[in-house]
Design a protein around this ligand. Sequence first.
Ligand code: GDP
Ligand code: IMO
Ligand code: MG
Length: 429
Amino acid sequence: MSVSCVIGLQWGDEAKGKLVDLLTDSHDIVVRYQGGSNAGHTVVTGGQTYKLSLIPSGILSPQVQCVVTGGVVLNPASILQEIDGLTARGIKVDSNLMLSDRAHVIFPWHIAEDAILDKSCSSGENIGTTMRGIGPCYRDKVARSFAVRLGDLYRDSFAGQIAHIAEAKNATVGVLADGKSFDPVEITREYQAYAERLRPFVGDTTAYLLDAVEANKRILLEGAQGALLDVDHGTFPFVTSSNSSGVGVSSGSGLPGRWITKVTGVVKAYSTRVGGGPFPTEQDNEVGQHIRDRGNEYGTVTRRPRRCGWFDAVAVRYTARLSGVDSLAVMLLDVLDEMPELKICTAYEIDGKRVTNFPSHVDDLRRAVPVYETVPGWRKDTTKVRTMADLPKPALNYLARLSELIGRPVDVVSVGPDREQTIFAQRKG
Ligand code: GDP
Ligand code: IMO
Ligand code: MG
C-alpha cells in the first residue's frame, strides 16, 4: 500500500507541480484535496509549460486517474476553461478526471465578496487574496445556510436554492458591492449549463478513494498552497481558508491518516510570499530583486511580483514537524547559483529573547528579527547537474545544513523547471 503526499512547507509556489508530475509515473491516482483556483502549479516538460490550477498535475500522464475531492472549492467556469485548454493542447481529459459531488461551488457573490473583505481586513493590512472567491466560499461551506455543492447542481431543488441564496446575497454582498445585483434566474441557467458539461466527471470521490486504498492502489495527494498559509496553523489571518499543511490531507481527501505512508515536504532553496503578512527573512532590496529575476518570481495565478528572501529554517522546521514530513525536496537551487554568500535564518530574536519555535501570533512574528548564519555560495551553474556528487561542495554543504536544521533528509533537489533538471539523492539512514 502506498499513499504519498506532497506538501508545500513555505507560503506556496514551492514547485509542488513539478514534483507531483515527476512522481506521477509511480502512482495510479493523483488527488487534489483542498484549495481551489487560487493555486497555480507549473509543469515544464518537452519544452511545453502547463499551468494547472484545479486539475491535479498528474493529468499530463494519461494512464493516471486524477481526482478532485470534496475538500476543494470549485469554480465550474475555471475548471471547464482548464479542461478545454488542456484538451486543445492534446492532453487527455475525460474518464481520467473525477470531480467530487461534495466539492463546494464558487458563485459570483463569492468573488465580489472576496474583493470587499480583503479591503476591510481588521488588522489594517490586506491579506492580498487571489480574488478567486476562495475565502467566502469556504466561509459559506462552514456556515452551511448559503452553501451549494457540485452535486446540488443536478437536483430539482437547485433553482429554488439559488433563488433563496441570491436574495440574501443581494441584500448583503450586493449592497456592499455598490448595489451589484445577482440575478437568480440567470445564475441558475449559467450554472446548469456548466453542470451539463461537467456531468461525465462528477461522482463520489470519497467512496472511490476508500475503495482504491483498500485495493492497494498507489495514491499521490497533491497539496496546494503551503503550510504557512494553513488557516489553523499558518500566519493567521494572512493565510488561505483551508488546511494547506499536512494536517489537511485527511479531511480534504476523505482518506484516514492511518493510510498515509509517506509525506514529502517541498521547499524552495530560499523563501517567497505573495500577498500581505509578516515575512521575517524578506529581502526588499537587491538580493530579493536578484532572486525574483533569476527565479522568475511572479505569481502563477495573479502575476503579482512575489516577495523574496532568505531561507527560514525556523518556519520550515515548524511546518515539517506539523506536516509529518519524512523527507524534503529542495527546489529552485539553481536560482542561488550566482550568490557570493547565502544566509539561513536559524532563530528569531523577539523582544531581545532568542526563539526557535515559530510564533503563534503574527504580531510576534512581525517583531521577529532573524538570526542568520552566513554560508559561502558556489558561484557555479548547477542547471546541468544530475547527481548529488556533481553538485559544487558549497551547494552540498548548504543542502546538508538545511537538512540538519529542519531535521529531515533531502531526497530530491531541483536545478531548473524542466523534468530533466532533477537530482534524486540517495536516502541516508
Ligand atoms: P507550485 O504552486 O508549488 O506548483 O509552484 P509554481 O508553479 O507556482 O512556481 C514554481 C515555479 O518555479 C514555476 O515557474 C516552475 O516552472 C519553476 N521551477 C520549478 N522548479 C524549478 C527549479 O528547480 N529551478 C527553477 N529555476 N525554476 C523552477
Ligand atoms: P499554490 O498552490 C502562493 C495566498 C494569496 C494570499 C493568501 C490568501 O500555487 O502554491 P486566497 O485567495 O487563498 O484567499 O489568498 O494566500 N495564496 C497563495 N500564494 N501560492 C498559492 O498556491 C496560493 N494560494 C493562495 O496570495 O496571500
Ligand atoms: Mg503556485
